[in-house]
Design a protein. Structure first.
Length: 364
């Protein structure tokens, strides 16, 4: 069996890898040991279990019992499994198996990730937890967002729009790996949507409320076009949600407040867009980084970044001390960025000049 060491890390025990696989080996759901609850959402439950054949811990996901006969929910569940399995990218969690248990209930298994979600990290940063503040300064948060953008850009290239990007769906592993989770609301271009457009127009519900009253997606991260019920969605939908995540990273504040979906939708559609530097004046948010954020948050999708790839390019330019495409730099700002980008070159040049001067003095 696999054990945990004193620090909680998974370690192999002697014989784990070489145990004989019985001729009457177990398959399907029978090969999984006891299911131990991990978390529970509105439609599904997540467990930790052991694959008895491979002797490895996995995550096991299944629908709530009352939804097993729902055609829409089973379709969402199957789509999540198949989309996740086919987006083979370092930023998606590997999916191992899709099947039915002995009772006919759908399940799939995937890699069990040790880490925490970005929502928890941002919460701890708001609470100024010292070890989290030290571990996740703004540059580290930006690197996490860059990895998320790389995953989403890859999925867009395959014709898949996530549509439910939020900090809770981003996992940061204990070794720095970053995963995008929960592809159950993904829009596969060319396939019917699984959201009911008439619910989007219902002012008493949010854009993903089903006829039985369940909520899908997260209103606080909802792009305006989804809030308005527009049928034609593209990659710019995910750009807006990524912009909200960047806003929260910069300000450590929520983009919108409240719990009522209708009021949240009104804020997204009507409230003047808050500027990060005004919301969090003490965080010294760079102006060009604010400009990137506000470009992604344009209500009119035609005024946003045209793609996640272009949003990603500006984030990478910023991290490399290069000029971003959506901000006009003053002469002083250009000089400062050049100095920052070439600090090592300047230091080396000064060292060489100093060394040459000392050599000249002693040579006289």
């Amino acid at each position: 069996m696999i054990r945990k060491d004193s620090k909680g890390s998974t370690i192999f025990q002697s014989g784990d890898t070489d145990a004989v696989l019985p001729r009457a080996w177990k398959s399907g759901s029978l090969k999984y040991d006891e299911l131990k609850p991990l978390s529970e959402g509105g439609t599904a439950k997540l467990f930790s279990t052991l694959d008895l054949n491979l002797q490895r811990s996995v995550a096991y996901k299944t629908l709530h019992d009352d939804l097993r006969n729902s055609e829409m929910e089973t379709t969402r569940f199957l789509r999540e499994a198949r989309v996740t399995a086919n987006i083979q990218h370092p930023g998606t969690v590997p999916l191992y198996e899709l099947g039915r248990d002995r009772d006919g209930q759908l399940f799939f298994t995937m890699k069990k990730v040790d880490g925490q979600d970005l929502r928890e990290i941002l919460f701890d940063l708001r609470q100024e937890v010292p070890e989290v503040v030290e571990k996740f300064p703004l540059p580290r948060l930006l690197d996490i967002l860059i990895q998320v953008c790389q995953t989403i850009a890859y999925s867009h290239n395959l014709g898949v729009i996530h549509r439910d990007l939020k900090p809770a769906n981003i996992i940061v592993g204990k070794f720095g790996e970053v995963y995008v989770l929960d592809w159950g609301l993904a829009k596969v271009l060319g396939t019917p949507s699984l959201a009911d457009p008439k619910d989007i127009q219902n002012e008493k519900s949010d854009a993903t409320l089903t006829p039985v009253g369940r909520h899908y997606g997260t209103p606080m991260y909802m792009p305006p076009e989804i809030a308005k019920g527009e049928p034609d969605l593209d990659g710019r939908t995910d750009v807006f949600s990524l912009g909200i995540i960047l806003f929260e990273m910069l300000t450590l504040s929520f983009f919108v407040e409240g719990t009522d979906p209708y009021e949240i939708k009104k804020q997204i559609l009507e409230r003047p867009l808050p500027l990060p530097r005004e919301i969090a004046p003490n965080r010294n948010i760079p102006r060009d980084l604010q400009a990137i954020c506000m470009k992604a948050l344009k209500r009119n999708k035609h005024e946003r970044y045209p793609s996640v790839s272009s949003f990603l390019e500006d984030l990478q330019r910023y991290r490399h001390q290069e000029e971003v495409s959506v901000y006009w730099y003053s002469g002083w700002e250009k000089l400062t960025r050049w100095n920052n980008r070439n600090a090592y070159l300047i230091l080396a040049l000064l060292s060489a000049l100093l060394g040459a001067g000392i050599h000249a003095i002693f040579s006289m």
